[in-house]
Design a protein. Sequence first.
Length: 536
Amino acid sequence: MLRAAGYGDKELAQPMIAVVNTWSTITPCNMHLGALAEPVRAGVRAGGATPVDFNTIVVSDGITMGGEGMRASLISREIIADSIELAVRGHSLDAAVILVGCDKTIPAAAMALARMDIPGVVLYGGTIMPGHLGDQDLSIQDVFEAVGAHAMGKISDQELDQIERAACPGAGACGGQFTANTMAMALAFLGISPMGAGDPPATASAKAREAERCGRIAAKLAKEGTNARKFITEESLRNAATAVVASGGSTNAVLHLPAIAAEAGVPFSIDEFDALSRKTPVIADLKPGGRFLAKDLYAAGGVPLFGKQLLDADKLVDTPTVTGETLFAELSKAQETPGQEVVVSVDAPLKETGGLRVLYGDVAPDGAVLKTAGYGDGAFEGRARVFESEEAAFKAVTDGNIVEGDVVIIRYEGPKGGPGMREMLAVTAAVAGQGLAGKVALITDGRFSGASHGFVIGHVSPEAAVGGPIGLLREGDRIVIDAEGRRIDADVDWAARRAEATERPRNKMGGVFDKYARLVTSASKGAVTIELPTDQ
């Protein structure tokens, strides 16, 4: 059957390497990956190995945002990892190059390699270029915030339409330090993606050269027998988390890095993000909290330049990478573009502490994640405005019913309760579009997009659907958030609330959604569906 598929004696004698593609015509993040696979194959062949093509799925976060389809996004991470494992193990292949773009494809690729512990490389397809409206650069963040501005009458129907039409000009993943670019950077520091390979934008000519390099690296790793878990270690995970907090990256990394660690059998707590944020400043001026986009970081010197600043300040540990050179050796090659303003030194940071906090307290006994890259360094106190779904909260915001000082609670959106742990970008962007970012707090057992900014707290655990305290809050409760003290509390008689509580029926959707709800762990454990050791 292999001969019938076109493989000859030479091809069958060589290592056979899966080229796993998340190509799709549904989203600009992944629509160019079909063509990008060809230079990967060429690199595999040049390295003396045989490429074997497979495809898996993608669920677009941006397109599904704000609707029922967003429930599929996080679930797709597990499906992608599972499908890669089944194709590779089913055909006894020797290694894999995995082409990724949209948010969940990136951690899923690393999870699959960690689970199988085979030689492999993850290649990120790259960022989208900015859209343009007049002399203004646009990203998807601007569209969602324009919706909020439109609801307040600040811009017209025509202006909103113009922004929406102009924001996304072609191939590539969302352009700020949102989840895709955050996780692509994290995988470079993890050592499972070649340093610099993810940096060129999707439409840059350099992308094909990086793809060919990834094919060669995978062939070399396969011949050496160098497996993924050599690179995915406690030290490299900590390096990756350092990159996240120092770049003002997405809160989704607090789900994805623990999930990768779980697949590799490496202990890694969400508390690492908090510990690193306390001693690591923000040194990248990137959206959503800053001024620039990923294409600007590439022009400034890319991820190597950013990493070199952390290296020089002794914020990293030297670890092996798939290129065969250590992380420090790779970062030492960094070249800075004269006059660049995207990356600053640790000695003169944009913020003194990193972009994430892990909070506890009686509202979140198992933890929650606060994003502080733009706001949220101090304290916030206000009355609870309680909503049982994202849609209900979004309507309240766009109707003008949320005011400065409110604490918006969005619950039953967790991994089990959603199911699928939707992102709340529609709500946070509408708040920002009304000029209330940082003046309103949002707390949810769901997630936030990497493009979200403001005083936003997600991943509240335990979630409402499993009896978490967030499910016992009521309209008007006084909520106290202490970012510095790492607490979220409410002035509530919890025993009395529990005695009065009634069980809410699960949101049963059938099929894979219900299967996921049965299997998924807490967000504080990475929301994985594999069995975890009893001590985790």
